[in-house]
Write a protein that binds this ligand. Sequence first.
Ligand SMILES: [Zn+2]
Length: 276
Amino acid sequence: MNSSTKTDRVLPSVVYLYDEPSSPSFKVGEIVDFLKEKLPNVDVMTRKEFFSFHTHDVEELAKELASAKVRGIEGSQEEQEPLYGEVQYEKRILQEPHRRMTGILYDGFRLVRVFRGALPENEATTDIAHIAFTNRIISTYEKGDIRYHARVIMCGFPSLISTSGLIEAPAKPREYYLMKQKYAVTGSEPPAEELQAAFEGRFIDYDDENMTQALKGYTLQSIFYHTTGEPFCEDKDCMLFNAHWQEEVLNAQIVSGQLCEPHEQMLDDMVEGRRE
Ligand SMILES: [Zn+2]
């Protein structure tokens, strides 16, 4: 018999979703409603932005966050002492979480540790799932091609889901990069209208109305990770599909917007298991 039996898969009794206030098109309330429907006997609640909620020593926290930065995409995986300016930058973001950050990559494992360190002891239990939405770009080092890759989700305790990662991590259609290249030869950028006409609806952009819908599936991935240890599915039409292309994200989350049958069944079993 498989060691991971039905009874091992116990849903948490509480799920906290932390808001991400820098993306106007991101509506955490809609994700709460969606999860409540999927997990009828779990308390799903929203909280404000993670570090605004778990107030701490801002100076120390800023230092930890700056230390979690990736220095150069092929850069050293070693943690380094952050520069004064980097710490000041993090402080400003902590004080104004509605500001959108750009261009900074964080090491996902280090970042999860910083988030975990901010949780109060009585909430650091597997009976509670903390899912923090963030605009920080999460990345992990891939040994295969010795560089960091951006990701939408970092499953862990807590799980982090990146609104900017949804836009930056999955690759856009190949033709998009070809068009960019064509213009780059003359040192210019393709006109916004030309890009829009060619790629309308083929990727998710900042302030995209599809953002919230797309992130519902990632929220389910973190719930599956929390409960079973396995967040992903190989079925392209399942909301748990680990998409590497924007078009795959759109297909799994918007066109399909469903779990595959085995995962739907698994979720039913987990909900049933909590009732017993
Ligand atoms: Zn599936």
